[in-house]
Design a protein around this ligand. Sequence first.
Ligand code: CAO
Length: 393
Amino acid sequence: MALINITTPDFGGATLESDKATMDLPATEAGVVKEIKVKVGDKLSTGSLLMTLESKGAAKSAEEKPVKKAEEKPAEKGVEKPVKTSTPQVLIGDVQSTTDIHAGPGVRRFARELGVNISLIAGSGPKQRILKEDVQAFVKNQLSQVQTSSLPTLPAIDFSKFGAIEIQALSRIKKISGKNLQRNWMMIPHVTQFGDADITELENFRQAQKAEFEKQKIKLTPLVFVMKAVAASLKMFPTFNASLDSSGENLVIKKYIHIGVAVDTPDGLVVPVVRDVDKKGVAELAKELAELSEKARNKKLAPADMQGGCFSISSLGGIGGTAFTPIINYPEVAILGVSKSSYQPLYQQGEFIPRLMLPLSLSYDHRVIDGADGARFITHVGNMLADIRNLLL
Ligand code: CAO
């Protein structure tokens, strides 16, 4: 099914739309549309008359004589030209570069005038049609990036003036992740919310299960329980399981839960992604995590192993520290840092009792997530971990 869209009275052309593609149908001459000869539902074939057109500069008083056939010559005064139609198949073949782009001619012209490559814009209209507002939002977004990239650069310093030094090249991973970390740190307004989870019961359970899991060569660490708690919380708070689209005006909410886990390797940090965490049990997750971190440390991760994450977890719990401010892993909108658990005196029913507390640090993109939701999310993760029966629900 093809639709014809007439653009403006000051005629630049028409648009031919099929379900999959939109193509400009340029006029053979500039002018003003005098009469449109077709209406919605009309069946057209090659050579059908679409409209009469008065070319620019022609005398206003000129008598209009619509020309029926494309081959006919325009009248000398008040020239009227038919705009030829064609079958969509012929045009689609002719204009391959615009096949996947769904935008009207006015929007295309607007983008052209601004020098914007329309294929870089995500459309927010029906069937991803690119609207004028999408072009404006894209330009706004690009401009804000240009403004940020004109920040002053850091001065070079000769440290050898102050003492002996040695130059050590950064690893390839560090160079790549460094660029991404810097971009994310600069471009995303981060807020870090701290909290903790009482994992006393969880730890009792883990210790009770540990030997049994070891028989199957599975190392059961607190991290897999954190992954399950995060998966449950992402279901409860869908804006955490989302990304901003390229215009920065819409949220893409994901219906799957893939979680990236930061792995420390001798060459630097990598973040393999564990898929469908909500659908897997702790044993399966522990096995997969061990396989992925082994692959990471042996430089065997494929690009696909590190793609598609919805949220990341960075656990320094095996090392130490009390809290930190993790950097969001774009295009995700939040990341959870996990530090080392320790016994803390908790005041309960009139006395202090020792409870094993797990420190949590949640960084989130403040453009997407409000402080109240940040606090709710971290509290929910804490509640899930405090009573792991919640994870079964
Ligand atoms: N509190 C206390 N102990 C913890 C803990 C926590 N939060 N998390 C793990 N541990 C314990 C484990 O239980 C294990 O002890 P046991 O063998 O006695 O059970 C020990 O610490 C070592 O755990 P691990 O680090 O081998 O395993 P893990 O599942 O916790 O983590 C992995 C796996 C791959 C995430 C981890 O090895 C790693 O690379 N962490 C570093 C990530 C990183 O660098 N992040 C920084 C990003 S920001 O720059």
